[in-house]
Design a binder for this molecule. Structure first.
Ligand SMILES: C[S@@+](CC[C@H](N)C(=O)[O-])C[C@H]1O[C@@H](n2cnc3c(N)ncnc32)[C@H](O)[C@@H]1O
Length: 226
């Protein structure tokens, strides 16, 4: 779908399933928000549109090249008053838990994954796909999620999302963190798009069942108040 936030601003095209994942975070004006793996920036645009210039949004991505694209998207697709509260950073996501303990009300972790949509369409992606890579990614996703949990303020909400098909990169990552961090609980995403499936921990939107949307997996978690 087309995201357009004003006259003269560049439109951004984002899969409806990705918009759903970002909207499920439930951002409100005034929130302190972290988009931990933000480039190229589609979901950051959705989060910024919920804040409407009130609160703060840290849009982080470790890759310098992808960060350039993120900066371009923010500068060209958002009104000035909305972008003034956005801080683009380039930290390794696994460090947030240590250096920004309990600092954010809302965190989106749209994790690096095996990007199975590309595997379906591109021989180059299919070539690098392997079970070993899925396992390696799931370990990386677990570390990023643990960091996000530690950076989340009590009472705060977190969305973990991927565009992977394998439960190893989706529900399994969430189940492991719920075992390790007893302060976290699952939060049901009440309204889901037509054709989306509920999984043990979250929601999976698959193109063949949801009119071409996705694939996107997302799970919502909350840190309980002490
Ligand atoms: C699925 S993409 C994010 C897509 C983005 N949320 C959007 O909607 O446009 C995953 C991103 O994670 C970044 N990344 C991978 N490992 C990271 C890490 N350890 N810390 C921060 N960013 C990381 C990659 O550079 C990549 O841009």
């Amino acid at each position: 779908m087309e995201l357009r936030f004003g006259e003269g601003l560049e439109p951004y095209f984002l899969d409806e399933a990705s918009v759903f994942a970002a909207e499920s975070l439930g951002v409100n004006p005034g929130d302190r928000v972290l988009d931990m793996c933000a480039a190229p920036g589609g979901k950051t645009l959705v989060l910024a549109s919920k804040l409407q210039g009130n609160g703060s949004l840290q849009s982080n991505d470790r890759s310098p090249d992808r960060r350039l694209r993120l900066q371009h998207v923010i500068e060209n697709s958002l009104p000035e008053s909305w972008r003034s509260i956005i801080n683009v950073t380039g930290y390794d996501g696994v460090k947030f838990g240590m250096h920004k303990k309990e600092c954010y009300d809302r965190i989106l972790l749209d994790a690096p994954c095996s990007s199975d949509r590309h595997v379906l369409n591109s021989p180059a992606h299919l070539e690098v796909w392997s079970v070993k890579r899925v396992k390696r990614l799931s370990v990386e996703q677990g570390s990023l999620l643990a960091s996000a949990v530690d950076a989340l303020a009590p009472g705060g909400t977190l969305i973990y999302s991927t565009c992977a098909l394998s439960p190893m990169e989706n529900d399994d990552v969430v189940k492991k963190i719920l075992k390790k961090r007893k302060t976290m609980c699952l939060d049901e995403i009440v309204e889901i798009p037509e054709g989306a499936d509920r999984t043990e921990c979250g929601v999976h939107i698959l193109p063949d069942r949801a009119a071409g949307r996705g694939p996107i997996y997302c799970a919502k978690m909350r840190k309980v108040l002490p």
